[in-house]
Design a binder for this molecule. Structure first.
Ligand SMILES: [Zn+2]
Length: 258
């Protein structure tokens, strides 16, 4: 994977957003590979002249590319809210490739893929409707909240302008792909729980207690405002992680991360 973008493609565009789109899409067509299978490339899916998204010719997964000049922050504005939530509930959310590039030197600084199974309602925020004077008045967009997606669900393909080895990328992808077997609600809880375990700062082999996880009850309630039984949910999801061999039950509210 070559981290250099081709700025010559931008020359005919005075609009920066358009230039970004054309340059980064061309790069993805050349350099992106599938993190989920051995395919060495992704193909653009075009609607008219515009690239809608990319798909893997081998396993058919879809990837949305979101590229930004400079750094991405926690909130990334994204498409219409309702269709996105419907896609999440129907387990049809695509993978997202978040690219940050240096527009002076035209180099990819960082590229992260968030597998679609980490897209949950917890990480999508509803935006305010566009005001009445706007061209699409009343339209409701969404934000993706990157800070709510656990590191396990943000797979680095490029880190500090250096490509990560594809094997490492695919191993990381495989580690969490069991989430795909779960429905949207369970995926949401599992992903949030992984996020909490990361927040506690656990590494492989570390022990933790149920009490520590309960310490995040308020945060979890915020992410699941309709659920009044956060503690029961937490215990249930810990069992799922145990059944998947990701954690070990030591008894008496004590656990170990595998
Ligand atoms: Zn594939």
């Amino acid at each position: 994977m070559d981290v250099h973008l081709d700025p010559s493609l931008a020359e005919e565009y005075s609009n920066k957003a358009q230039a970004t789109r054309v340059v980064t899409e061309a790069w993805a067509e050349e350099e992106m590979y599938c993190p989920a299978c051995p395919s060495s490339r992704l193909e653009p899916h075009r609607a008219g002249k515009k690239v809608e998204d990319f798909f893997c010719p081998r396993c058919d997964r879809r990837t949305q590319l979101k590229a930004k000049r400079g750094r991405l922050y926690n909130r990334v504005s994204n498409s219409a809210y309702e269709p996105k939530v419907e896609a999440i509930r129907g387990n049809r959310a695509p993978d997202y490739a978040f690219m940050e590039f240096d527009p002076e030197e035209w180099m990819v600084e960082r590229l992260r893929v968030v597998p679609g199974h980490f897209l949950t309602e917890s990480v999508v925020e509803k935006r305010n409707p566009l005001r009445s004077g706007a061209r699409r008045a009343g339209w409701v967009g969404s934000n993706i909240l990157l800070n709510r997606i656990p590191a396990a669900g943000q797979i680095l393909l490029v880190r500090d302008r250096e490509a990560v080895h594809a094997k490492e990328v695919r191993d990381q992808f495989r580690r969490t792909s069991f989430l795909r077997e779960f429905g949207a609600e369970a995926r949401g809880w599992l992903s949030d729980l992984v996020d909490v375990l990361e927040e506690i700062g656990l590494g492989p082999g570390d022990e933790f207690t149920l009490r520590e996880v309960y310490g995040y009850e308020e945060e979890l309630s915020k992410r699941h405002p309709d659920n009044n039984h956060v503690r029961a949910k937490v215990r249930q999801q810990l069992q799922v992680l145990r059944d998947r061999g990701l954690i070990e039950f030591l008894g008496d509210g004590h656990y170990r991360l595998r």
